[in-house]
Design a protein around this ligand. Structure first.
Ligand code: BGC
Length: 770
């Protein structure tokens, strides 16, 4: 092994192949038939004893919030709700509430407690695009396992995750919760998260696991114009091949529950869409758990102008296959009427209740309704260890977009006496922590400032000067112009910020190296966080431009929840480290990468446009009938044969080393390439397999689509051969009737470090695996 090599044990070698089978396997609920039969008979026994009122109660979800809702406790004792959104995250209080249900209701049916644990509970991990961008599914699984341990210890039984929506439009704030724009990678990532939350046996979860909820079913990622809660026009072909595969993979991995989405598809609100909820989810995929609406989604079918009133909304949604109403009044107030007048028949009602009870049995709630209150303390004791793991995930998901003359990592400090750390994220932690955190866990308060972490890491004799420069938010003292630029508004508040920016510039002038820490305001990302411009918030762009004028060596660390369009940063910084909101270990992970204690391991899972006017720019679009024409004139029209003109593409990300892809070739039924670490550092390359299908008369397939990936760790000078098997699963697509197919023919293949690279190979697939 060369002298600098990292030992294989401490270093990812060739990762396990990711089975395309994840996309296509059969649904789970895989317990012994005996236990299943006994659960089913217990469900029937309960059903026979439940009143209609009690059954309706199982289909209504309430939010605890601050517990001040009038009649909340009485309602629990009366069995008015079957599930509760649980944000106080206090196990003792949760046990008291549970006791009301277990002891008060006629059939002693426990509540299930639910919460949005999206990218961590107490330990906040990087958001989903970061996790997906590690291309390391074992890591993703482990992340959600930690989240499940912490969440379950606080009394949570079910988490509203993973999100399976595709990220097609960066204006949509919720791209921050997705696994990116590619259905294959998303499917792998969704399945890994389900395994992390639930473990291997979905029909009998241990106490330290939680039920997963696949959301938002379906098509939310295609919301028109990137506007939240909106209409989505999706044809059957795109629905089948872009929006459904991730959900199918989640069901195959055993997900116990599904959440219907806020949007409409083809004029039908998702909570009332019989085709997706019943024909596809149950009919085609065999799903046997429950579907919960999104918050207020059942009642909103009235606001959409689809249902006439509560009873109508209840009948339409329950009839379509949406079993639980999350927090609207439609089921509590309208379902009794709809049952009375026969719009909902007894069979439909019973079937929905059966699904809810089945999930409660799988969660072990009938045997173990209460949570062991000492577990929370024990989990807390593991926090330091979890945080260290979170820092590892931060590093593995950091995407190095640029590294001029190898300025990173910062290892050679000769000639550097002063470092200026400039920008709001140097001293503020909130926006790095991310868009889904719960106050109850106190995670934001625990996060460490980047300035403090960096100070600890600098060698003796190197001074750190810290200047915030400006606020993250476009608040007092600023004005947002119609094109999205933020300027000073001439008030007193603006003058304070002018002075602060001037101090930052002066600090940069005196420094030998400048590190800028910039973030998008986290409140402008996530739910209801749509934007029509993709720049920095507050006066951060002005701050950057003025600091860049000093012409000092400049490293930019940018944290955001969506792709941003920052041409000046891309051009003028010497290095750019892209951080999808990295969570509560942000500072530790970032400093490890900056100083070379860890390598940046992330790849982009969403393509970045040059400018917001180009969106969408997802890489996996059709080739069109005129690949050399039709592009925007400003983009050189047909220069990039058939491809959209992105700034940074899907799969892109540098390492601290360099890799050569030698002799890509087909050997038998394998796509093969020799990979060499040609640089001077050990590093991990993410080798990606893309294909373009032959003519397909079912519908046109993308110009390229990801169908495999492997992470390969190599020491400097080391070489290895990377192989991908080519099987029916590699080539499969879903036909309009939901059947998986793979057509024989000549496929184009690429083994590449990103979606736009690689030498084209061809492979004649005969229609049968060898
Ligand atoms: C969001 C869901 C979330 C739910 C419960 C909704 O507003 O769209 O993603 O799970 O609230 O908090």
């Amino acid at each position: 092994m060369p002298p600098n090599a990292v030992s294989p044990s401490g270093f990812a070698r060739i990762g396990k192949p990711v089975a395309a089978a994840l996309l296509f396997a059969l649904p789970a609920f895989g317990e012994t038939p005996r236990r299943l039969a006994s659960v089913e008979s217990r469900i029937e026994d309960l059903l026979a004893r439940m009143s209609v009122g009690e059954k309706i109660g199982q289909l209504c979800q309430v939010a605890y919030r601050d517990g001040k809702r009038p009649g909340l406790r009485e309602g629990v004792s009366a069995g008015r709700w079957g599930t509760m959104i649980w944000d106080p995250v206090d196990p003792a209080l949760r046990n008291r509430i549970q006791r009301l249900a277990v002891e008060g209701t006629p059939n002693h049916i426990p509540l299930a407690f639910c919460l949005d644990v999206i990218h961590g509970a107490r330990t906040v991990f990087p958001i989903a695009p970061a996790l997906a961008g590690t291309f390391d599914m074992e890591l993703v699984e482990k992340v959600q396992r930690v989240a499940a341990q912490e969440a379950s210890a606080s009394g949570v039984n079910l988490v509203f995750a993973p999100m399976c929506d595709l990220a097609l439009d960066p204006r949509w704030g919720r791209v921050a919760e997705t696994c990116g724009e590619d259905p294959y990678l998303s499917a792998c990532c969704v399945a890994a998260q389900v395994r992390g939350f639930q473990g291997e046996n979905p029909s009998g979860l241990p106490v330290n696991r939680v039920a997963a909820c696949l959301k938002h079913y379906v098509g939310y990622g295609a919301s028109v114009g990137g506007r939240d809660y909106n209409d989505a026009e999706i044809g059957l072909w795109a629905l089948r091949n872009m929006h459904l595969p991730q959900f199918r993979a989640g069901i195959s991995a055993g997900a116990l529950t599904v959440m219907s989405s806020f949007n409409t598809v083809d004029g039908v609100p998702s909570a009332a869409n019989r085709f997706t909820l019943t024909d596809v989810l149950r009919g085609e995929w065999g799903f046997r758990g429950f579907v919960v609406s999104d918050w207020g989604g059942v009642g909103e079918t009235i606001t959409w102008g689809y249902a006439a009133d509560y009873a109508d909304a209840a009948a339409l949604c329950l009839g379509a296959g949406n079993d639980i109403d999350m927090c609207s009044d439609a089921f509590p107030k309208g379902l009794p009427e709809a049952v009375r007048d026969g719009r909902v028949d007894a069979r439909t009602l019973d079937e929905a209740v059966r699904r809810v009870l089945r999930v409660k049995f799988a969660l072990g709630l009938f045997e173990n309704p209460y949570v062991d209150e000492t577990r929370n303390e024990r989990e807390l004791a593991k926090y330091a260890r979890y945080l260290d793991f979170a820092a590892e995930v931060v590093a593995k998901s950091a995407v190095l977009l640029k590294n001029r003359r190898g300025i990173l990592p910062l290892e050679d400090w000769s000639g550097c006496r002063t470092v200026a750390l400039i920008g709001p994220a140097a001293v503020e932690t909130r926006d790095f922590v991310g868009c889904w955190v719960h106050g109850g866990f106190g995670s934001c308060k625990r996060a460490v400032k980047l300035a403090d972490e960096l100070r600890r890491a600098l060698p003796e004799g190197v001074e750190l000067v810290v200047e915030k420069g400006c606020a993250v938010r476009s608040g007092p003292g600023t004005r947002v112009l119609t094109d999205g630029r933020v300027v000073a508004d001439g008030t007193e508040a603006a003058k304070d910020e002018d002075a602060s920016i001037a101090r930052a510039v002066a600090a940069a002038q005196k420094a030998d190296l400048v590190i800028m820490a910039l973030t998008e305001a986290s409140g402008w990302t996530g739910e209801n966080g749509s934007r029509r411009s993709l720049g920095l918030t507050g006066r951060q762009q002005e701050l950057f431009d003025r600091v860049a004028e000093t012409k000092k060596p400049l490293v930019a660390v940018v944290g955001a929840g969506r792709p941003l369009t920052l041409p000046n940063v891309w051009d003028r910084a010497d290095a750019v480290l892209w951080m999808w909101q990295p969570g509560s270990a942000a500072a530790k992970g970032i400093v490890r990468v900056l100083t070379g204690a860890a390598e940046p391991g992330g790849r982009l899972v969403m393509s970045f446009p040059h400018d917001v006017s180009q969106v969408p720019v997802n890489y996996n679009h059709p080739i069109t009938g005129r690949p050399t024409r039709g592009n925007y004139r400003e983009d050189g029209n047909g220069r990039r044969w058939g491809r959209v003109n992105d700034r940074f593409g899907f799969g892109y990300g540098l390492t601290y080393s360099t890799f050569a892809y030698r002799q890509p070739r087909i050997e038998g039924n394998e796509a093969v390439v020799d990979l060499v670490n040609t640089g001077r550092r050990p590093a991990t390359e993410t080798v990606q397999l893309y294909l373009r299908a032959p003519a397909c008369a079912e519908g046109v397939r993308p110009i390229r689509e990801l169908r495999g990936f492997k992470r390969v760790g190599l020491a400097p000078g080391e070489a290895t051969t990377v192989r991908f098997s080519l099987t029916a699963e590699t080539f499969a697509f879903t036909d309009r009737n939901g059947r998986l197919k793979a057509s024989p023919g000549r496929y184009r293949l690429w083994l590449a470090p990103e979606a736009s690279a690689g030498k084209e190979l061809t492979y004649d697939w005969k229609g049968e695996d060898k």
